[in-house]
Write a new protein. Structure first.
Length: 275
């Protein structure tokens, strides 16, 4: 078997693969769960009583998220993750049905490497690696756990978890294992939202939730997180800042442009390496 380097992927790609795994696990693989136009302006808060129609406990938030995400057909993706001295940003779009991701087109910008693009379409996952890493003759690779390329096989495992996590209903699972410490109303970019501060008990997360085992292995028992829900109960912003094995991991996810027309198509077959 030819080495990964001879097949077009050098040691930088192996390093990237490890970094991707660490970032994804530390952020609970929720980075691609749902994002959107960033609501990054200053927010104004008012007492929780001004949002009496919204739930005031974690169980209510979980039920509301489960209902609101079940009808979403698409969302725009945007994210920022900082960990181990690296800041990874990404943006893209996904389609959904019954709260579960159906297709995804996401571009991540990785420090010192460049842009990495992931397309999930028709049940297959395609990866376009930065030109600084790949010297392959084709710009895309079909990510398969049976690939003869060991780097691609490793990434297949990571991206499979990402695909499972890229569902809007994942946030309902997080809130169902949480307790609420505060909630209020805030305006984000001029739109009213209800802001929740939650603490998630990792032990209570479903065993099938992608990223749980990595968190348990890393010794993480509690996840402090904040959620912002719009008037329809849809998640529009998520923030988390925690320490994993001595490293600070900061995640900001935003969600928006719901139900806009989105079509995700696989790359041309003649541009895809399949071995």
């Amino acid at each position: 078997m030819r080495s990964a380097a001879r097949r077009g992927y050098g040691p930088e790609m192996i390093t990237f693969g490890k970094s991707a795994v660490i970032l994804a696990a530390s952020a609970c693989l929720l980075t691609v769960a749902a994002c959107g136009p960033a609501a990054t302006g200053k927010s104004a808060s008012t007492p929780a009583s001004s949002s009496s129609a919204m739930p005031s406990d974690a169980a209510g938030v979980s039920a509301l998220l489960r209902d609101s995400t079940s009808t979403i057909r698409s969302a725009h993706l945007d994210m920022t993750i900082s960990a181990a001295g690296m800041t990874l940003t990404g943006q893209g779009d996904e389609t959904a049905a019954a709260g579960k991701m159906q297709s995804l087109d996401l571009t991540e910008n990785v420090p010192q490497l460049g842009a990495l693009r992931v397309i999930i379409a028709n049940g297959k996952t395609y990866l376009q690696v930065p030109t600084s890493v790949s010297h392959a003759t084709k710009p895309w690779v079909l990510v398969s756990p049976t690939s003869s390329n060991p780097v691609v096989r490793r990434l297949a495992t990571t991206l499979q978890s990402v695909q499972q996590a890229a569902s809007l209903n994942q946030f309902s699972a997080f809130s169902s294992a949480a307790t609420m410490s505060a909630h209020d109303t805030q305006d984000l970019d001029g739109a009213p939202t209800t802001h929740y501060t939650l603490s998630v008990d990792v032990r209570k997360l479903p065993d099938t939730l992608p990223g749980k085992q990595q968190l348990v292995t890393a010794g993480v028992t509690t996840l402090p997180m904040q959620m912002w829900l719009d008037a329809k109960g849809r998640l529009v912003k998520f923030a988390e800042n925690l320490e994993v094995q001595g490293q600070q991991v900061s995640t900001v996810v935003t969600v928006g442009n719901f139900d806009a027309p989105v079509t995700v198509t696989p790359p041309p077959a003649d541009q895809v390496a399949t071995d």
